[in-house]
Design a protein around this ligand. Structure first.
Ligand code: TMP
Length: 220
C-alpha cells in the first residue's frame, strides 16, 4: 500500500511554524500532492478540547507528568482519527508539533527527562514517527518577542520563564543532532521567503519531491 509522508514542524515559540506549514502545503498542492494540515495539541474535536486545558490558564496549572499524559491523550486521538487515515489514503500530513514538542517542553523545559516520554510514545504509538521533522530554530528572546507580538489567550507556555524556553531550544537542537536522518534544523532568523526556500530544499532533497518555493504571495 502506498502511504503518504508525515512531516512535522517543531521549534520554540515565535519561530514561524504555522506560516511555513501553510506555505509548504501550498507548494505541495501545486506539485499535485494531496495534503492534510493539522496541529498538536489538537486536530480532532476531543484533542482541541484538551488543547484548551493545556494552553490557557496559570503556568502552574498542571503537574508536569499530568501535562505529558494530556498531550498524549490528545495525540492518540489525533493519530488514530486523522493522521493515520490520511496517510493511508496517500495524502501527505503536515503537522504543527508532535512528540518532539513533548520531549522539549515537558522533558527538557519542565525537567521530566526523556526516558518516560520515549517509553510512553513507544507504548502508545509503537514505531510511528515522522518521515521528516523540520526544527525551526531561533534565539529564545527573539522568538518570544515575536510570539508576544501576537495577541491571544493561548499563551500559557509563552509566559513560562526564560530558562524553560532555553531548555526547550537546547532539547530541540539535541534531537536534531541525534537524529539527522529524520530531522532538519532550519535557521528561522531569516525572512519568511528565505526560510521557505530552505524548507523546500530539505523536503525536495529528503523526500524526493521536486518543489519550487513560491514566496509569501501564496499564503492563504
Ligand atoms: P502552538 O503554540 O505551537 O500552537 O502550540 C501550543 C503550545 O503547546 C506550545 O506552547 C507548545 C506546547 N506543547 C507542549 O508543551 N507539549 C507538546 O507535546 C505539544 C504538542 C505542544
Amino acid at each position: 500500500m502506498t502511504t503518504g509522508k508525515f512531516i512535522t514542524f517543531e521549534g520554540g515559540e515565535g519561530g514561524g511554524k504555522s506560516t511555513q506549514l501553510a506555505l509548504l502545503a501550498k507548494v505541495l498542492e501545486d506539485a499535485g500532492i494531496e495534503v492534510v494540515t493539522t496541529r498538536e495539541p489538537g486536530g480532532t474535536s476531543g484533542a482541541e478540547e484538551i488543547r484548551d486545558l493545556l494552553v490557557r490558564g496559570t503556568t502552574d496549572r498542571w503537574a508536569p507528568l499530568a501535562e505529558v499524559l494530556l498531550h498524549f491523550a490528545a495525540r492518540i486521538d489525533h493519530v488514530e482519527k486523522v493522521i493515520q487515515p490520511a496517510l493511508e489514503t496517500g495524502a501527505w500530513v503536515l503537522c504543527d508539533r508532535f512528540t518532539d514538542s513533548t520531549m522539549a517542553y515537558q522533558g527538557g523545559g519542565h525537567g521530566l527527562g526523556f526516558d518516560r516520554i520515549r517509553e510512553l510514545h513507544h507504548q502508545i504509538l509503537g514505531n510511528f514517527r515522522p518521515d521528516l521533522t523540520l526544527i525551526l530554530d531561533l534565539p529564545v528572546e527573539e522568538g518570544l518577542a515575536r510570539a508576544f507580538g501576537r495577541a491571544g489567550a493561548e499563551d500559557r507556555y509563552e509566559r513560562m520563564d526564560l530558562g524553560f524556553h532555553e531548555r526547550i531550544r537546547a532539547t530541540f537542537l539535541a534531537i536534531g543532532e541525534e537524529e539527522p536522518n529524520r530531522c532538519a534544523i532550519i535557521d528561522a532568523t531569516g525572512g519568511v521567503d528565505d526560510v521557505q526556500r530552505d524548507i523546500c530544499a530539505e523536503v525536495s532533497h529528503r523526500l524526493g519531491a521536486d518543489l519550487k518555493a513560491t514566496g509569501r504571495e501564496t499564503e492563504q
